[in-house]
Design a protein around this ligand. Structure first.
Ligand SMILES: NC(=O)c1ccc[n+]([C@@H]2O[C@H](COP(=O)([O-])OP(=O)(O)OC[C@H]3O[C@@H](n4cnc5c(N)ncnc54)[C@H](O)[C@@H]3O)[C@@H](O)[C@H]2O)c1
Length: 394
């Protein structure tokens, strides 16, 4: 496990104010390895409430900002300005906020879905490259040690050739019309102007889709999707089933739902190959079940000395001590820190086959949302996601 570095990376945040969901997870994860120091931010649109959060977090008063544009301008002009800004606002504001910082040469962690359309997502990827900045998207499930091990097993051919992959992110968090009672997160996630009509695909589908791409190393060549609204009166789609044709015509399947009644987080992936299969579940994240052709099941546990280096380097406390969501989020930040530090200090970044999701992954996620929506509009016809075989940017 890494210890605090002599000179921490300076971080800023936009979003994550009082009552917000994911901003506090980012802050806790950034603290875990002592690599980041949160020194600037705008924690909501209301200036007084934002300043109150900033004070609680110990941010110096001259770095409590009224808005993100002011923050980008002033931070870019400081010698000790932020190295990275976390954008943890609802989806409709990601593009303008991320673009403002990237154009000022400041690296960005932008929440998913990266933007609401692939044109703007592509613009962010280009802007990061043009301005020498890093753009990262926190699909943090890829930062669990046992997910890294699963990806390593597939890369090393331990499952043989992949024959099928099945992922579900089927949560029950909004199985009732929470939005009608003013629930903060449900209100914007069911507003098509903020979350888009295929809301559940952008919100949960992009996580599942990224996890599938990350473990298998395969891309979606075509998708056939059906979207439904299971909760009466809801204005967006809350249930999606998608057939995938992966690289080399390998079949895949994705189910994303915010209305899977009774399910908790509901993220699970299974990958099948010619030699066996593996299964990982987010609610038991320190185990990976592997079955061979005879059906013998081996349950691998985080911390075992026989695991890959990819898994071991993400393990802090060792065998018998389960790690979870915060640690995975911190793993994302640790991988990112290595890249940010190299840029800041002018050293060579470590190259790793399995590292953090970039803006490119965010762009692929947005293209996936668009392709699923287009397929649904054509009675589940097969649709080729934009740029399916073309890799651009970072
Ligand atoms: N990676 C993950 O696992 C994960 C988990 C949850 C949410 N998310 C994503 O994170 C984002 C935020 O989701 P949430 O559930 O935390 O939302 P939220 O509604 O709980 O919080 C959003 C925060 O952003 C602030 N905000 C809005 N506009 C702002 C602006 N212009 N300037 C400054 N602050 C502003 C709000 O005041 C609030 O504090 C979404 O894009 C969501 O998809 C990702």
């Amino acid at each position: 496990m890494s210890e605090p570095h002599a000179r921490q990376l300076v971080a800023g945040m936009v979003g994550g104010g009082a009552g917000a969901d994911i901003g506090k997870t980012h802050r806790r994860a950034m603290r875990l390895d002592g690599e980041y120091d949160l020194q600037a931010g705008v924690f909501g649109r209301d200036r007084a409430r934002s300043a109150a959060v900033a004070s609680q977090l110990g941010i110096p008063e001259d770095r409590h900002y009224a808005g993100y544009r002011e923050m980008a301008e002033k931070e870019a002009g400081r010698k000790d300005g932020v190295d990275v800004v976390v954008v943890a606002t609802p989806n409709d504001s990601h593009f303008e906020i991320a673009r403002t910082f990237l154009e000022a040469g400041i690296s960005v962690v932008c929440e998913k879905p990266l933007t609401r359309d692939s044109v703007t997502a592509g613009e962010l990827v280009r802007s990061a490259a043009d301005n020498g900045a890093v753009l990262a998207v926190p699909h943090c499930y890829s930062a669990y040690a046992m997910v890294r091990h699963a990806a390593r097993m597939v890369r090393d051919g331990q499952l043989g050739a992949v024959t099928f992959a099945d992922v579900e992110h089927a949560s029950g968090w909004a199985a009732t019309p929470l939005e009608q009672g003013g629930h903060k997160q449900a209100t914007w996630r069911t507003d098509p102007d903020i979350a888009g009509f295929p809301s559940v695909v952008g919100d949960l589908g992009t996580h599942g889709f990224h996890l599938l791409r990350y473990i298998t190393g395969l891309e979606a060549e075509r998708v056939s999707g059906r979207l439904k609204t299971l909760v009466p009166g809801r204005r967006v789609f809350d249930h999606a089933t998608v057939e995938l044709q992966l690289t080399g015509e390998i079949p895949g399947r994705l189910w994303a739902s915010m209305a899977a009644a009774g399910h908790n987080h509901g993220l699970r992936i299974r990958v099948f190959g010619t030699k066996g299969n593996l299964e990982w579940q987010h609610e038991d994240p320190h185990h990976l079940a592997v079955q061979d052709l005879d059906g013998t099941t081996t349950v691998l546990t985080e911390g075992l000395s026989s695991l890959s280096d990819d898994a071991s380097r993400l393990t802090r406390v060792g065998l018998g001590h389960p790690e979870g969501f915060l640690e995975a989020f911190a793993n994302f930040y640790r991988d990112l820190a290595a890249e940010l530090r190299a840029r800041r200090d002018g050293t060579l970044p470590e190259t790793r086959e399995l590292s953090f999701p970039t803006g490119y992954d965010g762009l692929v996620g947005v293209r996936f949302v668009e392709a699923v929506a287009a397929s649904n509009a054509q009675d589940a016809a097969w649709v080729i996601p934009a740029g399916a075989a073309v890799k651009v940017g970072v």
